[in-house]
Design a protein around this ligand. Structure first.
Ligand code: PHE
Length: 360
């Protein structure tokens, strides 16, 4: 009786055990070729898997298990061989005297109390972790989607049809194929609603792009996190409580916030959650009467646009608005970092200079 699994195993073992005195770099290349040959998409093991369908039903289970066992075996063997080649490479480098792992780093200032300075997270990454920690704690899941979107997911499905003036709110760039670097991660909400059935609770952090005139509070590429909650009987009260809880987690109970009506085509009603300006504390000017550069005299900063998901948006995603309702919110988390640390200019977070980042 033919034994296709045994043949593949034997072929692999013969190749794997072929003694090689090649330099480690060549050996690593050889191992990569073996990986592709046996574990790659078009590799021998996948070919075995494809035979599964042709077998009589009562043999499939055992065959499938045996192929999987072989896969694990091959994978483990390759990892072991790779580790050995890497160890050999390090030993050779040490012997040759050009690798001294005890040498300090080059940066002359990278020392704290005489010890090499430890790196730390960029404040935007820490904010991302905090957002995820907070909302997953409330039962939200993290969803992601493509950064280059089609216009249906970025606009039409969100109740912003072509030629509607509201598209100008997200003036942006287009690829020559007519796609957009997404202007918000609301497109991920659409993708989630298309593929999941309610109840839905997701947050979607990610990069967004807009044709902005760059200033202290606007960037053309920035980080955003949107949230979406769809269930039966979701009300504005749930939205307010959720966002108030989040702001308090970030800034403590003392930061003044307000909700104010606002227009976004994909929510009805729409709101803006504003926080009191951290620089002028709501005055709009400094003590000498100079206009506040952060809030530009408004005294408040728009932090979290939000609202109740528009019935058209639910319908566009195949969700019946007579049964389900929900809220959505979006926040530029670069701005949250700005508020958190009292940074007067967003560009400081992205200019590649470490003087600010090191202080945080
Ligand atoms: N998508 C909006 C933006 O980026 C933010 C938003 C999300 C507003 C959800 C309301 C509700 O501007």
């Amino acid at each position: 009786m033919s034994d296709p699994i045994g043949q593949v195993r034997a072929a692999f073992q013969a190749e794997a055990s072929a003694q090689t005195l090649d330099p480690p770099a060549l050996e690593l290349e050889r191992l990569e070729r073996l990986r592709v040959r046996f574990l790659g998409k078009k590799g021998d093991i996948n070919a075995l898997m494809r035979q599964l369908g042709k077998l009589p039903k009562d043999q499939r289970r055992d065959f499938g298990q045996a192929v999987n066992a072989l896969k694990t075996e091959v994978n483990d063997a390759l990892l072991t061989l790779k580790a050995a080649a890497n160890t050999r490479a390090e030993a050779a480098a040490l012997d040759a005297g050009w690798l001294d792992p005890t040498l300090p780093t080059h940066a002359t200032d990278a020392r704290v109390d005489g010890l090499p300075a430890m790196g730390h997270q960029h404040p935007i990454t820490s904010m991302l972790d905090t957002v995820i920690d907070h909302f997953t704690g409330l039962g939200f899941e993290v969803a992601s989607g493509p950064e280059i979107e089609d216009t249906w997911h970025n606009f039409d499905a969100l109740n912003i049809p072509k030629d509607h003036p509201a598209r100008d709110m997200w003036d942006t760039f287009y690829t020559t194929q007519g796609e957009v670097p997404r202007t918000h991660t609301s497109s991920v909400q659409i993708r989630t609603m298309q593929t999941q059935t309610p109840p839905i609770r997701v947050i979607s952090p990610g990069k967004c792009f807009r044709n902005e005139t760059i200033d202290a509070t606007h960037l053309a590429a920035f980080n955003q996190c949107e949230g979406l909650y769809i269930d039966k009987g979701v009300s504005l009260g749930h939205l307010k409580a959720t966002l108030e809880g989040w702001i308090q987690r970030l800034f403590g109970p003392d930061l003044q916030i307000r909700f104010r009506p606002a227009f976004y085509p994909f929510v009805e009603p729409g709101l803006d959650l504003d926080a009191q300006c951290f620089l002028c504390h709501g005055d709009g000017h400094n003590d000498d009467g100079v206009a506040c550069p952060v809030c530009r005299t408004k005294g408040w900063l728009e932090v979290i646009p939000c609202g109740m998901v528009h019935p058209n948006v639910l319908r566009n995603c195949g969700i019946d608005p007579d049964i389900w309702s929900g809220f959505a919110f979006g926040m530029g988390f670069d701005r949250l970092v700005m508020l958190q640390h009292g940074i007067d200019d967003l560009r400081r977070l992205y200019n590649g200079r470490l003087d600010l980042v090191r202080q945080l």
